[in-house]
Write a protein that binds this ligand. Structure first.
Ligand SMILES: [Zn+2]
Length: 303
């Protein structure tokens, strides 16, 4: 591998829960760090309502799980090499909103949630917390979820809203000058499932007898967006070890022997598999025919 070169590329990622960054964007973070870019991760909640998979921790209260997950994300940051990690508004400012499923098995908003649940957050207040970070870190590229939160988790949808709102507010000189000098983000990318690779991995998993969704077959069109909309793919291949270690470190949430995570690893190992992005805002990529392999392509980078 080439030695990192110092440059002025700055990447900011906004995720909802500890572990989302490792399951969805670990290769992207590892690659840009290796290339000398600055990488900042903002996590919006502590993930207090995640399902606990380790029996000896089953007694954790949501608050205890939140504290535990601070340790897990700290360790993941060490594995990936990120040294700039922030909880939006400070650790515990926003609580995990939880998630339920509707009669069709789709993600839905629970009837009850804590008062400081991220889903209930005042959008301007939450966006201003992010505006201050954006104006300080001055990222050219920002990553968050698509408007559907990838699969509909309320906190992912809210992270999307807060990020898009903050992107506009941060650039406006008239908005809260006390939060820093205005900063224009060049491009916002929405991380999404690579529909094609998910369908391929699904077939392989079925051939191997891995029961992913025992309650019924999945319509593979439901895996993600139309692949023609993908604007960039960051290959996972060179970073597989980092991706695996970062994810496996989340023992409270991720059991790597579970059928879903077996499927996920099959998908990550497919040749050409990668973390996949849609264009959410800003500068299009120069070549619209083929997904780019560089999130900064076409952006003039200056200090
Ligand atoms: Zn999440």
């Amino acid at each position: 591998m080439l030695a990192p070169v110092t440059n002025d590329r700055r990447l900011l990622l906004v995720h909802a829960h500890p572990d989302d960054e490792s399951s969805q964007t670990a290769a992207t973070m590892a690659r840009y760090l290796a290339e000398g870019a600055k990488v900042t991760l903002v996590t919006c909640t502590l993930g207090e309502l995640g399902e606990i998979l380790v029996p000896e921790w089953a007694h954790f209260t949501p608050a205890e799980l939140g504290q535990h997950r601070i340790g897990e994300i700290d360790a993941a940051m060490g594995i990936i090499g990120v040294d700039d990690h922030i909880f939006l508004g400070g650790a515990g400012r926003y609580h995990d909103s939880g998630m339920t499923t509707d009669e069709k098995g789709r993600a839905a908003v629970p009837d009850e949630m804590p008062d400081n649940a991220f889903w209930k957050a005042d959008l301007l207040e939450a966006a201003n917390l992010l505006v201050e970070i954006i104006r300080d870190r001055r990222p050219q590229v920002v990553i968050t979820y698509d408007p559907h939160g990838n699969y509909g988790h309320p906190d992912h949808i809210q992270a999307h809203r807060v990020t898009m709102y903050a992107t506009l507010l941060a650039a406006s000189p008239s908005h809260r000058p006390d939060l820093g000098d205005p900063w224009q983000i060049s491009r916002v990318l929405w991380n999404t499932h690579n529909t094609t690779r998910w369908a391929e991995a699904y077939e392989i998993a079925r051939e191997r007898g891995i029961e992913l969704w025992p309650d019924g077959e999945r319509d593979t069109d439901s895996f993600g967006p139309d692949p023609s909309k993908f604007v960039a793919v960051i290959e996972t291949g060179p970073w597989l070890e980092v991706c695996r270690k970062a994810l496996a470190n989340y023992r409270s949430q991720v059991d790597t022997t579970h059928p879903f995570w077996q499927f996920f690893q099959i998908m990550q190992e497919l040749p050409g598999s990668g973390e996949t992005y849609l264009l959410g805002y800003g500068l299009p990529f120069p070549d619209s025919e083929v997904p780019s392999t560089d999130l900064f392509e076409g952006i003039a980078v200056s200090a």
